[in-house]
Design a protein around this ligand. Structure first.
Ligand code: FMN
Length: 169
């Protein structure tokens, strides 16, 4: 039986992102929603990746990764990249990803068109934490489209951002 304390992530709101990684020889794209801000200066973000994922070893080899914050229209890409492993299939070769693929700016890992934001990162820290590894990356290049709304994950369901309430103080 799963203890209630182990399903805490169902009470947290997550962005739905794809992680793209290439070590120069192999490349992969997979869905990651345990993505969080860590520092403004330097600009650092973290992503929690299970060692079971194909992406895990590729990040260690490449020492870099790109976080692609998906748009509210891209939930099918999230399900696709999040239910197939790169160990079994070349996900970047699928037409859904080929169509949107674009070259990166400062790293080797390919990035994606039409998403909310592209965050190109160099790996600065790797922490073993429970059943996931925390990869902390410094953002070395970023682009975003303010007119594109991000895709949200809450309680294992995809959402649009909610209704505006008030400005942040
Ligand atoms: C919405 C969603 C969010 C996910 N978030 C994470 C995550 O934060 N960390 C993780 O390790 N796996 C996460 N996964 C699971 C991986 O995306 C999935 O196991 C994927 O097949 C791994 O691909 P890979 O083996 O090619 O790296 C998520 C899956 C989905 C559908």
């Amino acid at each position: 039986m799963i203890k209630p304390e182990s399903i805490y992530s169902r009470h947290l709101v997550h962005p739905v992102c794809l992680l793209s990684v290439s070590d120069g020889k192999n490349e992969n794209i997979s869905t990651m929603s345990w993505v969080s801000a860590v520092s403004t200066e330097p600009p650092l973000i973290s992503v929690a990746v299970s060692p079971k994922r194909y992406s895990h070893q590729l990040i260690l080899n490449a020492q870099e990764f790109a976080i692609l914050v998906l748009s509210n229209l891209q939930n099918e890409l999230a399900t696709l990249a999040g239910t197939i492993s790169g160990q079994k299939k070349d996900k970047w070769a699928l037409p859904q990803f080929q169509l949107l693929r674009k070259p990166p700016n400062k790293i080797k890992s390919p990035v994606l068109k039409d998403c909310r934001a592209v965050l190109e990162c160099k790996l600065v820290q790797h922490v073993n934490s429970g059943d996931h590894s925390l990869f902390i990356g410094e953002i070395v290049h970023s682009e975003y489209d303010p007119d594109v709304q991000p895709l949200i994950l809450f309680n294992r369901k995809y959402y649009n951002p909610g209704q505006f309430i008030a400005d942040y103080p």
